[in-house]
Ligand binder design. Sequence first.
Ligand code: ZN
Length: 362
Amino acid sequence: MEPEILKSGDDSGNKMVLKYTFPDGVVIHAIGVPQAWETPLGPTWSYVIEGDHLTLVDTGCNGTVQHLEEGLKVVGYPLSAVDRIVITHGHLDHDGNCLEVVNRSGAELWAHEVYSELLGINRWEMEMEWRQQTKGFPKAEEEEFIKRIYDHHRMSTQLNVNNAIQDGMVADGLTFHYTPGHSPDEICIQFEKILFSGDHILPLITPHPSVSLSYEKFQDILPEEYRTENKYYGLKVFFQSLKKVEGLGDDITVLPAHRAVHRGKFNPIGLDRVGELLEHHRDRCYRLLELVKDEPINMNDITHNLFAGNRLDEVNFYLAYSEVISHIEFLEECGDVEMVGEKNRLVKSHGTDKFSAAMDRM
Ligand SMILES: [Zn+2]
C-alpha cells in the first residue's frame, strides 16, 4: 500500500511526512526523522497513532528533535501534544529524542521491561570490554561515533519508563509482541492490522543480529526472571522472534523503522518479508561454512571475505565483525563448527550443515 506524501523530503525519505490510510479506515502518519550524521541508512520512521491519546512510536536519533517537531506540525500537532511514546528498542536512532519530547510534552514513556532495566547502563562499554577480551575485537576510536554513544547514554540515565511492557500485553488497542534478537528489548507493536516492527523486520536490509555472548555480560542486570537461560541475545533468538510474528496473519501491514522509502521508492512489506530474512541468514551461514571448509580461518579474515563488496570503514567493520560472531555462534551451537587455535579464535568446520534443519525446526 502506498501512502500519500504530505511533505516531501529527499529520496531516502529524510524530513518526509507520509499518511497511510488503511482499508478499514485507520490512518497512520509517518515522519522521516533524519539521523544526526551522514549515513546511507536513511531516516528513522517515527509513527503517529491518533486515538484517545496521541502516541508516537519511536522518536529518532538524539540531536534531531526539530525534524520530529516539524513533521508533527504537518500532521497537525505541536510537540507538546504528545501523550505517549512507545519505544521499539533502546538504540539511539530510536529513543534518542525521547528525553526532549518527554520534557516538553510530559508524555508517558512505554517500553519493554528489559529496556527499562538497561536504562542508565553503559551498554557500549560493557559490550566493548568482553569483545576485546574474548574475541580480539578491534577497538573503535572514531570520535564522532563514540561521542554520539556517550551523549545517548547520558540522556538515558535521565529517563523513566512509565509502563514497563511484557510480552502479550494489550493496552488501548495496542498489542505488544516481545521480539528480542536485534536487541534484547525489542518489541513489535500491533495496532489493528498494522505491525510497527522497529528494527525487527526491515525492507531491503537485514536487521543486525545481537551476539549471544552478550548474555553472559548482561545476565545479572536483566530483570530477575531473565537470568536463568539466554532467550534474549543472538541469532538463534532473532530467528525465533521472526517466526513468532510470522504467523500473525497474511493481512498484516508491516511499518518498519527504516527504509520505508529508498531511492525515491516506497517499500511496502508484509509478514512474508520474514521468510526472506531467514533465507538471507541461511545463505550467509552456507557461505561461511564454505569459507572454512578446507582449513580453520580467523574471524577477521572471514569478515573481510564475507563483506568483500562492502565499504568497511571502522563503524561498518565493527558491525560486520559482530554479525560474523553471531553466525559463528549459531553454527557452533548447531555443531557445524568449533573454535580452535590460540585464544580459540580460529573457526574450524565439522563438514556438516546441521544448522539448516535446525532453522526449519524452530
Ligand atoms: Zn534502527
